[in-house]
Design a protein around this ligand. Structure first.
Ligand code: CO
Length: 210
């Protein structure tokens, strides 16, 4: 069986198992989607959002990209964010990075990797903002993990800088923003940074007409 065929095979087994233990499982899910959480995570195959949080279909709305970035020109991320905030009314948005992230690791080097350089450029900008703090760490792994943590914090800040989030903070006092880092070594998520709804950020980025 080829890998893609195995996926289809396992899917049938899984669906049958769900119905066996809960006959209305799919019927319930078809009728409504009301997740309270938007998850913005890394595309890394070892960090599946629902698996590591033991959540069920319907519980979290998910967007994943390389190194869990919130980029203000990314139409994909912004569309997910707008839908999650304005239509689903999620209560929480979580940016979850992970230690050992290959995207962040690549951004710490001076090697060109092709098109993805443009994406990783965003992480280099984070590195530049925290240059002293990061470059003072000699151990390569610790340096990488520090940039991973700071990157998560900056992506949470990037969420707060969007008019989508600011508008919702004003109108609904929601969502709260959270920055987490998942540890591949023990499967545990570390909380890094919280930004509750309504927090004042750098005035440069605060809109006054929303
Ligand atoms: Co990663």
């Amino acid at each position: 069986m080829k890998p893609f065929e195995k996926l289809l095979f396992d899917n049938k087994e899984w669906a049958a198992k769900q119905v066996a233990s809960d006959p209305d499982y799919f019927k319930r899910l078809v009728e409504i989607q009301s997740p309270e959480v938007l998850w913005i995570g890394c595309s890394d195959s070892r960090v599946p959002a629902d698996k590591i949080t033991d959540t069920q279909p319907g519980e979290i709305f998910v967007h994943r990209n390389v190194a869990n970035l919130v980029v203000h020109t990314d139409l994909n991320l912004l569309s997910v964010l707008q839908f999650a905030v304005e239509v689903l009314h999620v209560k929480h948005i979580i940016v979850c990075g992970h230690y050992g992230c290959g995207g962040v690791k690549a951004a710490l080097t001076n090697h060109s990797l092709g098109l993805i350089d443009k994406w990783l450029w965003n992480i280099k900008n984070v590195h530049r903002m925290y240059r002293d703090e990061i470059d003072s760490i000699e151990d390569e792994e610790q340096k990488l993990n520090k940039l991973i943590e700071i990157n998560v914090k900056e992506q949470v800040m990037n969420l707060a800088k969007t008019s989508i989030v600011q508008k919702s903070w004003k109108a609904n006092s929601s969502p709260d923003l959270h920055g987490w880092v998942y540890d591949l070594n023990d499967g545990i998520i570390r909380t890094i940074f919280d930004l509750p709804s309504g927090t004042h950020i750098d005035p440069i980025y605060e809109y006054d007409n929303l």
